[in-house]
Ligand binder design. Structure first.
Ligand SMILES: Nc1nc2c(ncn2[C@@H]2O[C@H](COP(=O)(O)OP(=O)(O)OP(=O)(O)O)[C@@H](O)[C@H]2O)c(=O)[nH]1
Length: 908
């Protein structure tokens, strides 16, 4: 074996994968997948944590903001109340000090202002920045003196004043309703219900009056116009929370001033809320706002005066910065989260990608290992020196060398007893220059058998381009070569097949036809290849045949049938066709294979055979066919009729079963000789019927031979000639025997006499011819009738036969004349005993038709003793001697002697 190369170089990673590898690490893959899942889970947890953190932090901050707002409102309300109470305490103090500084006030008369009062008021006002003007009112309510000259003479409507005390009660600082405008001269009280003109005064905080009646001068009421703006500005200046608004309400719920521009002085607080505030005196509350929001409220009633401070804020406004901050925080968190998610997502993606690559690499490795392990090709991996590092199982199976045997060896040197394969030098040369080689090689298996294959060798390089391994893949071509030989044989078989073979497409168009097809049809390849097979149709095959054929073929089944087709010459021929669909791997029909046999001649022969079979079946002659071993293989109905045996009884048996045993010894040898020499014999048999009776058969036997001259069959045709035989015998009997007595007649006598003479001549013995005529027979006829005469003749015949030896003959010449031939005489007189015995027997009484009659016989005897005596002569001499016996008195015999006058008479 030698390692080899493909045109493309193989990277070193592939070489690693081709080496036996550890199993893929499912645990590692699971861990990898777990890491991804963990990362995704962490991402989700992070999102949830951030959202939850944001939510809870937000809610907490919201609570903090609200709590802080409440606390701040409380503090601010307290501070404002404190500040204002102190301001009014200062006002009260300064007003009360006015008498001490100006004692004349207490003595001033009604309607007359003390001197310098206005100056004193102005001086006092300068000490009180939140007082817009100070005025002194008479009891009538008219302004007597004022720091604002325009107020003098005015009579402002100050009621109602709080607290509720009797008018002009001294020493009580009382608070009036709020006014719009700068002072009493140009102002007017704010209505409790703002009219449409209220909006034009929205920015006009106005003022509110505070009155005091000095105990020392109860005739006067000092009125201070308190500048609302002063306190508003004071409150605003000290307020860090813009959403918080501060309000000053009288204990009757009338708004005196507010830091909110949309709060109109004079408006009255809801009764329920006022009651709640007055009830709790100090504290916080939360009221529903007009727009579905909530108002956080802090109260602070004045320690000394009938008013309270309310600091409140809408939760919507308070929470606005919180909301903004939360939005920013959420945005920031969201962006951070997105960033984190993107980062972790990217990380996850990279991990997953990495895992996928790892899995892909493992899969590729597993596939490569699987290919290495399960490839049917032989794979060899060598080191850079060409020494085998590993081989695959197919190599072990195919070459017989185990991996242990191969490892460390140089390919090509595995079989030291065999020559080094021829391709090695060329291969290593190509490897050195190109790093790859491929070609057909012949190697050796361990068992010494050659191994033909296509070898591909590739160099495997590391990342630096250095060769680290060589991979050789040998594709075993042994089977392919064997298959090619088989295909060649099959091709030859098809080409030289004595049947027509046609392959058509499903169109159908003829794609292939073998030479026998062209020979049968007379067409050339150019005329039929690509053509529809119907070019052969003659129109004499029924449409039903074609339909049945297509039904079978389309269903994927083989069809077998016959066509009447037409050759190119126009001649019709009968074709036996077997057509089979050819299917591909998916079971789809791609072609049709037709195997066709021209059976025209066979059809003709079959027709002739059918005719012959019909003749045989219906002929009156028995037909028996035997094989070469003379065993019956076929008989016809006439055979059964003649022999009595059915076909099943005789098939496989020999014709001798028909034999009767009545045959001449020479008959069968003669028959076989004739059959062997001429192939034909004719003759007659006496056979035995199954029922035991005999029948005569006239038989003709023919031996059938094959082309080599070997006998294959014997055909025997015979007829029953028993009847004819019987008729012949009858005729023969009639020709030679006397029908009345059954004795030989004159013709047969002549024949016997001839034979007897010949025998006597050969044996040199004597032969006596005894001519006998009855005496008195006519009288019997006459007396008892002709039939009685017949009976008598028959009886005489029996007595004659009973009186002579078996080899002798008794014959009737006619009428009452009989002749006896007595052979084997050694002496002429030997016959005389017989003659006397015969005469005696004849003379005995005879019973005919109930009558006893007597006849006798006269006999003349001539004896043959030497050559030259004719039969006719002997008979005539006996007749003459008989005549002499008649003459001499009847019932006697007379021996013929020349010159019968000298004859020696004899008597019975
Ligand atoms: N019943 C009978 N009579 C026959 C037959 N053939 C001839 N005859 C008669 O036989 C007789 C023979 O004649 P003969 O020989 O003269 O009679 P016979 O009485 O024997 O006289 P001899 O011979 O002179 O003694 C004739 O009357 C014939 O008609 C026959 O076949 N049957």
């Amino acid at each position: 074996m030698a390692a080899g190369a493909s045109p493309a170089e193989v990277k070193s990673g592939v070489a690693d994968s081709l080496l036996p590898l550890p199993e893929a690490t499912p645990t590692g893959r699971r861990l990898g997948r777990g890491s991804v899942a963990l990362l995704v889970g962490l991402q989700l947890l992070l999102v949830a944590s951030v959202v939850a953190g944001l939510y809870f932090s937000g809610q907490h901050l919201r609570g903090v903001v609200l709590d802080h707002t409440r606390s701040h409102a409380q503090v601010q309300a307290h501070n404002l109340e404190d500040s204002m109470t102190q301001s009014f305490n200062l006002l009260d103090m300064h007003l009360r000090a006015l008498v001490a500084e100006h004692p004349e006030i207490q003595y001033a008369e009604q309607g007359v202002a003390p001197r310098d009062l206005e100056k004193a008021l102005t001086a006092l006002q300068n000490k009180l920045p939140y007082v817009r003007s100070l005025s002194v009112l008479e009891r009538s309510g008219r302004v007597l003196a004022s720091t604002q000259a325009a107020n003098i003479g005015q009579q402002p409507a100050l009621e109602p004043l709080l607290p509720h005390v009797a008018p002009h009660t001294p020493g009580v600082l009382r608070f009036g309703v709020p006014w719009r405008g700068r002072d009493f001269a140009d102002g007017s009280p704010w209505p409790s219900t703002p009219g449409p003109e209220a909006s034009s005064h929205a920015r006009d905080a106005g003022f509110f009056p505070v009155t005091l009646v000095l105990p020392e001068a109860p005739q006067w009421t000092i009125v201070a116009a308190i500048n609302s703006d002063y306190f508003i500005n004071q409150a605003l200046n000290h307020e860090a929370m813009p959403a918080l608004r501060h309000q000053l309400y009288t204990d009757q719920g009338t708004l005196l001033l507010s830091t909110a521009e949309d709060d109109l002085p004079g408006t009255v607080l809801d009764g329920a809320r006022l009651a709640a505030v007055l009830e709790r005196q100090v504290g916080v509350a939360q009221w529903p706002g007009p727009r579905g929001d909530a108002w956080l409220v802090a109260f602070r009633p004045s320690r000394n005066y009938p008013w309270f401070v309310q600091s409140q804020a809408s939760s919507t406004q308070v929470l606005q910065p919180w909301r903004r901050d939360m939005r920013q925080l959420a945005l920031l968190a969201g962006l951070t989260l997105v960033l984190v998610l993107l980062t972790t997502g990217a990380l996850t993606w990279r991990v997953r990608r990495s895992l996928q690559r790892e899995e892909q690499r493992l899969e590729e490795t597993r596939l490569a290992a699987s290919v290495f392990a399960h490839s049917s090709d032989f794979i060899v991996i060598t080191d850079r020196q060409g020494r085998i590092v590993t081989v695959n199982p197919a190599f072990e199976r195919g070459t017989g060398f185990s991996a242990a045997e191969a490892t460390g060896c140089l390919p090509g040197h595995l079989s030291p007893s065999h020559p080094v394969p021829a391709h090695l030098d060329a291969m290593w040369a190509a490897m050195a220059t190109e790093g790859a080689w491929q070609g057909e090689v012949i190697d050796w298996r361990k068992d010494g058998t050659p191994l033909t294959g296509w070898l591909t060798v590739n160099a495997i390089r590391d990342s630096a381009g250095r060769v680290v391994n060589y991979v050789g893949v040998l594709h075993d071509l042994s089977r392919l070569r064997a298959d090619e030989a088989t295909i060649r044989k099959l091709s030859l078989a098809v080409e030289q097949s004595p049947t027509s073979i046609v392959i058509t497409s499903t169109a159908p168009a003829i794609e292939y036809a073998n030479p026998h097809f062209f020979h049968t049809t007379g067409y050339t390849p150019a005329e039929v290849l690509g053509a529809n097979p119907r070019v052969l149709q003659s129109g004499q095959t029924s449409q039903a045949t074609y339909e049945a054929m297509w039904a079978e073929l389309v269903a994927g089944r083989v069809w077998q049938g016959e066509f009447v087709n037409r050759r190119k010459s126009g001649e019709l021929y009968i074709e036996n066709a077997t057509i089979a669909p050819l299917v591909d791997d998916q079971g789809r029909i791609t072609h049709y294979l037709g195997i066709k046999q021209d059976i025209t001649a066979a059809k003709e022969a079959e027709k002739a055979l059918r005719l012959a079979a019909s003749v045989v079946a219906n002929t009156h002659e028995g037909v028996m066919v035997c094989d070469a071993a003379q065993r019956i293989i076929e008989v016809n109905p006439a055979f059964t009729r003649i022999t009595g045996y059915t076909a099943t009884e005789v098939l496989g048996r020999k014709p001798s079963l028909l034999s009767s045993g009545r045959r001449s010894r020479e008959q069968y040898p003669a028959m076989w000789q004739a059959l062997n020499q001429h192939g034909h014999w004719q003759g007659e048999f006496w056979n035995r019927h199954k029922n035991g009776s005999l029948y005569a058969a006239a038989s003709a036997v023919n031996a059938l031979r094959d082309a080599a001259g070997q006998v294959t069959h014997y055909v025997s045709v015979f007829s029953d000639i028993t009847e004819r035989k019987h008729q012949q015998e009858q005729l023969e009997r009639l020709a030679h025997f006397d029908p009345l007595t059954g004795l030989p007649n004159r013709a047969l006598l002549a024949d016997r006499l001839q034979q007897g003479l010949a025998r006597a001549q050969r044996a040199r013995q004597g032969l006596a011819v005894c001519f006998m005529d009855l005496d008195g027979f006519k009288a019997v006829n006459d007396a008892h009738g002709h039939d009685a005469g017949d009976d008598l003749l028959a009886e005489v015949a029996r007595r004659l036969q009973g009186s002579i030896r078996a080899g002798d003959t008794a014959a009737r010449l006619g009428g009452d004349e009989f002749v006896l031939l007595l052979g084997g005489l050694h002496h002429p007189r030997e016959c005389e005993d017989t003659a006397r015995r015969v005469l005696h027997a004849v003379a005995l009484p005879i019973e005919v038709e109930g009558h006893t009659v007597h006849v006798s016989a006269s006999m003349g005897i001539s004896v043959f003793q030497r050559d030259g005596c004719e039969a006719e002569q002997l008979l005539r001499q006996a007749d003459q001697a008989m005549y002499q016996a008649k003459q001499r008195g009847r019932n006697r015999y007379v021996l013929y002697a020349p010159g019968m006058a000298d004859a020696d008479p004899g008597s019975a």
